[in-house]
Structure formats: structure tokens, C-alpha cells
Ligand binder design. Structure first.
Ligand SMILES: Nc1nc2c(ncn2[C@@H]2O[C@H](COP(=O)(O)OP(=O)(O)OP(=O)(O)O)[C@@H](O)[C@H]2O)c(=O)[nH]1
Ligand SMILES: [Zn+2]
Length: 288
């Protein structure tokens, strides 16, 4: 028996990457009855002779779009210019990533186009203070590429971020063999982007990276108001000092989080977004 990880799923077959080679396997017959659907990213045990997956190990998490499991890390790309830097959108991505218990890293792209370096460095400080790694990138910056490449080691990573921020450009720069279609290429071929593609994991610097961006839906459907604070590392840090257990850091008195905002230990913008998201979740229509 061998063990490996599913790196691609193709019409009923699964490519299982094991130590020395990759095997194209089928799922075991009983999977259908047991409603087990192996996903890309699944750790499996398989029979290398019969080329059959025998068991799927428990997942640490799973994404729906693209369908991929056991993600350790998300590189959230946000551009400094075009689309204009948007901290609310960045915070939205960070919450969604954290809610899946995935570690986020922030990459601010298009540094070559910025007019005011001060604004971006202010944001960089705010996010670093919150506990995040922030990398400033542009296609020519070998240092940034090297930093991003280091992140892939021993982990499974997805790239996330809105359209046009440079996700494909970044991955292509690091892994030229990937040759993902960037906006320029799709324009020259006269077709739009976002053709539906399956997801595949590629080996890079001792880790794996998904070739399809994660977090295409930006809704907080699976995040509860109680869990939201957990998705902000700096709120997570101060929460135990709040007077009331289950403090939502909104209207409650003796709230350590609000105090930390007053004392500028927590970024005001981050807190404002937390409150906006909290109200959005609280006002969410119940789904039946
Ligand atoms: N000046 C500059 N342009 C960049 C940078 N990164 C990407 N671009 C350009 O921005 C455009 C969008 O880049 P893509 O890599 O296709 O963006 P994407 O995030 O993959 O977009 P989607 O596939 O739509 O999600 C392209 O024209 C890139 O050449 C950068 O750091 N600096
Ligand atoms: Zn509080």
C-alpha cells in the first residue's frame, strides 16, 4: 500500500503523487455508496498495483470553489494601483481565509506603479502590526519573488485576490513552467478570462500550489458573529481581556479590543471593517 496526495482529478480518475512517482487511480467502489468524493489535496492510501484509492484521510479544511482540500496557506494578492488598493476588500479575503483555518500572507503587487509610497507603507505597518507577513511585489523584483518562493516550502498554498491584481503574473514569474494565462495573453487570443478550469496542484520549492485561485465567493456565509473575532489576529489577542465572555467588541462595556483601538494598538480601519462585517453577518437573512 502507498500513500500520497491527489494533485489532479480528471473524469473519475485521480492523480496521486507519491514519494517517487504519480499514479493515475480510480476511487474504490464503495466510495459511491458512502458518498465519499475524493478531492484534489486529499491525502490518500492507495494500492499501487491495482491503482485504486483505498482510504481518504480526514481533511483539515476544504474549499468549494475551486474544490480543493487541506490548504495550509493562502497568498492574498492585492494591488497597490489598478485595481486601486482596497483595505476593506483585503480584510474580507483575510477573514474568509482565516475562517477556514488557513494562514494568510499578504502580497501587495504593482509597486512599480505607485505614486505615493507613504500610503502603502502605512498599510504595510498596519497589517504587520496585526501579525501578518506583507510582501511588496512587482514583476522585476527578484527579492520579492524569492520571498514568495520561500513561502511555498513544505505547504499547500492557494493564491487569492480579485481579478487583475496579478495573481497569474506572480505565479508565472516564480514558476515559468506553469504558464498560466494572464490578462494580456487572453486579450491577444481574443477571449475572456475565467474559462472554467479544473484545479491542479503543482510542485514548487518542496510544496504544492493550486493553479486556480481560491475564494472566488466573497460572502461570509459560513462565518458566525461569534467566530468573526477569531478571524482577526489582533482581536484574537485582546479578546481574553474583555470583561464579558463572548464579547463581540461592539456595544459591550469594558472591552479590551475597543480600548486597544483607542490606544492605537489595533488599527482603526481594521476595527471599523470588523464592525461592518459583524453587522453584515448579524443582518444576514436566515437561509432555509
Ligand atoms: N505594472 C505592473 N503590472 C502588473 C503587475 N502584476 C500584474 N500586472 C499586470 O496586470 C494585469 C493583470 O494581471 P494578471 O496576472 O492577469 O491578474 P490576475 O490576478 O491573475 O487576474 P485574473 O486571472 O482575472 O484573476 C496584466 O496586464 C499584468 O501584466 C505588477 O506588479 N506591475
Ligand atoms: Zn471586547
Amino acid at each position: 500500500m502507498g500513500s500520497g496526495i491527489i494533485i489532479q482529478s480528471l473524469s473519475g480518475f485521480y492523480d496521486v503523487m507519491a514519494e517517487e512517482e504519480t499514479y493515475r487511480c480510480k476511487g474504490r467502489g464503495v466510495f459511491r455508496n458512502k458518498k465519499i468524493t475524493p478531492l484534489v489535496g486529499d491525502m490518500v492510501e492507495f494500492d499501487p498495483e491495482e491503482k485504486v484509492i483505498l482510504t481518504v484521510k480526514e481533511r483539515s479544511n476544504e474549499l468549494v470553489r475551486p474544490p480543493v482540500a487541506n490548504i495550509d496557506q493562502a497568498i492574498v494578492v492585492i494591488s497597490a494601483v489598478e485595481p486601486v488598493f482596497n483595505s476593506r476588500l483585503l480584510d474580507r479575503f483575510l477573514v474568509l481565509v482565516e475562517s477556514k483555518r488557513i494562514d494568510p500572507v499578504i502580497v501587495i503587487s504593482k509597486q512599480d506603479q505607485i505614486l505615493s509610497a507613504d500610503e502603502i507603507s502605512g498599510y504595510r505597518n498596519m497589517y504587520e502590526k496585526a501579525g501578518y507577513t506583507v510582501i511588496l511585489s512587482e514583476p522585476e523584483s527578484l527579492e520579492a519573488m524569492q520571498q514568495v518562493k520561500e513561502l511555498f516550502k513544505d505547504r499547500t498554498t492557494v493564491i487569492a485576490g480579485q481579478s487583475g491584481v496579478g495573481k497569474s503574473t506572480l505565479l508565472n514569474a516564480i514558476l515559468p513552467s506553469l504558464s498560466l494565462e494572464t490578462a494580456e495573453i487572453s486579450k491577444s487570443l481574443g477571449r475572456g478570462k475565467h474559462t472554467t478550469r479544473h484545479v491542479e496542484l503543482f510542485s514548487i520549492n518542496g510544496g504544492l500550489v493550486a493553479d486556480t485561485p481560491g475564494f472566488s465567493s466573497l460572502e461570509f456565509d459560513d462565518v458566525t458573529s461569534e467566530a468573526l473575532g477569531e478571524c482577526f489576529p489582533e482581536i484574537r489577542e485582546y479578546d481574553p481581556e474583555c470583561k464579558f465572555r463572548g464579547c463581540l467588541h461592539d456595544k459591550e462595556p469594558k472591552c479590551a479590543v475597543k480600548k486597544a483601538v483607542e490606544e492605537e494598538e489595533i488599527g482603526r480601519e481594521r476595527y471599523d471593517h470588523y464592525i461592518e462585517f459583524l453587522h453584515e453577518i448579524q443582518n444576514r437573512k436566515p437561509r432555509y
